[in-house]
Write a protein that binds this ligand. Sequence first.
Ligand code: NAI
Length: 299
Amino acid sequence: MTMSFEGRVAIVTGAGGGLGRAYALELAKRGAKVVVNDLGAARDGTGHSDAALKVVEEIEAAGGEAMSNGGSVTEYDQMVELVAKAKERWGGVHILINNAGILRDKSFAKMEPADFDLVVKVHLSGSANCTKAVWDTMREQAYGRILMTASSTGLYGNFGQANYGAAKLGLAGLAKTLNIEGAKYNVRVNTIAPVAGTRMTEDLFPPEAFAAFAPEHVAPAALFLVSEDAPSNVIVGAGAGVYQTAYVTMTPGVLLPRDQRTPEGIAAAWERISDRTGEIVPQSGSEQSMAILARLQGK
Ligand code: NAI
């Protein structure tokens, strides 16, 4: 069965190129009305261009419907205005893909605090801004699909990307709580960790790999995660046709007797504490706390 987005209104941030453009084109092809947001910055976040407008022209040339928006995700007021315009023209907003991003790579020793702040501001606060701007609308509609863009750097780390990694894992954390708060309003929140050959990674991939990692191979996972029957609270890795899921797990660990609750006791029990046999994936922080309580009560 074909997955249709007919009647849906979608916002894709940072959709003037790379992954966002691929998502916007595919959503429009499948019937969604798309707000193509992009301030058209360079890779480090400086400057402006009409990148969003060009993607809208591409969508319209293919028979789809779209509007461009040159606002910055770092400006909450501009995101509120973006949502208001989408609602005025199309009556609602059903899908938000938080995709806009920049890089300011440097080893932590050389990283200026300003480069740390800006990367966190664009990725983490920017996604929170856009999400906050659509949140009430989605709750009132009792329908919303939101996708956060994390990264393997956030999940696992990468040299030279302390700012980026902090922001990216922050997004996975943001998704987890919003997923809980949105559940009763049919607002589902997921996270994607893409790998794609774009200008962001152009100096990373050799030319032949660059083609294999085209953004078009990530788009199917992104669309699935914002579709009507999307799962919720998942982290999906996608790149070059490989699709995976990632989990934040916890080992069963040990309940130490009182007299062993010392640094020496932890050292002695370390093997059992870190033994991954029987790992669990708590569905919330409080579920995790309650599980500890149940254990103390011998349940
Ligand atoms: P890209 O550089 O082509 O796309 C990012 C877009 O965001 C650009 O068009 C840029 O103008 C826009 N942008 C930057 N600051 C903005 C702001 N303040 N407001 C609105 N738009 C803004 O890079 P790519 O690869 O397509 O990245 C898309 C997302 O995927 C980013 O969040 C990136 O961190 C993430 N990602 C990409 C990976 C890859 O392998 N390409 C790996 C992991 C994550």
